[in-house]
Design a protein around this ligand. Sequence first.
Ligand code: GLU
Length: 364
Amino acid sequence: MKPLLLIPPIYKKIVVKVGTNVITGKNGTLDLEILNSLTTQIAQLQKKGIQVILVSSGAVGAGRSIIKPSGTLTPVAARQILASTGQIKLISTYDELFHRHGLITAQILVTKSDFRDRQHYLNMQTCFTALLQQNIIPVVNENDAVSVTELMFTDNDELSGLIASMMDVEGYIILSHVDGLFDLKTGDGSIIPEIDPSTKHFHQYIHPGKSEFGRGGMLTKCHIAQKLSRLGITVHIANGRTPEILLSILGGEKTGTKFLPQKSTHGPKRWIANSQGLEKGAVTINKGAEAALVSDETANSLLPVGIESVEGIFRKGDIIKICSTEGLAIGYGMAQYSSEKTLVIKGQKGHKPLIHYDYLYITQ
Ligand code: GLU
């Protein structure tokens, strides 16, 4: 084992996401060797004072090693059975492995709707903060047994991204079964060490195999990594099977692909930035308001005078989507009026903003 971090670690608080393909072998059997290595590394980091939140997939995979759901079940029911049986195996394995290092494990199962309501979100944040303060390792997964299909996370990369942003971590490490983003231009298997936050068109770095474009594929990872890097979080994509990978990353070694962070954003803006798909309503704004909001020069709030139409039913404090007259999403924000009140004052001057700048996140 590496003499841990003789140099100061580069982050103090991190989220580590481990994919199913890192920790399970054939038929979903948990790979104890890898799990032992990862938990040992996390324990070492923890003992150096680094706070680690672990997001682990593998419940559905582990379920497959326990039970074969009847063929008459719907795919949703079969997944629920696999997830709820497999999660016990997964978490008890983590519990046992962390226990060997004198650490306590906490299980947190979440659904996407847990991120919808600000109060609920702050509640979750309090729970994570308390666990970390007590040196307990939170092990998180989606609550697949009760998640509704329409409101599921795209995958655990998305879930971990929301937690990374909620917990204001400095680093988010995605451990997958590949070494990072390949440089397809050279074609010699070399990895792109760094990605700038302004990078667009990730297709150029991704092998055209279909699995990379679907759930849990490299394209989603890239989009999430980029979103977080724009919020000020450094994201690493690396191979979870590489020995001592976490220690190498925290020690500042160049390994895998690193998404460089942009200026940091905090508090409500981070929550709002991750609210895509969770909005309760939408407003369409006119061209003048659009130009003001997307301007890099000044920080502008969204005033009722710029609103053309209102959709859905929302209350003060709800997240709403802001659309251009062409119907494209420009951003998200927290409404300061209900939809009813907005309908009355839309197009009028002299009212306070519908969305204040501090509660506004522009996606364009
Ligand atoms: N929650 C799923 C599981 O534990 C995995 C989802 C994912 O890997 O993205 O099996």
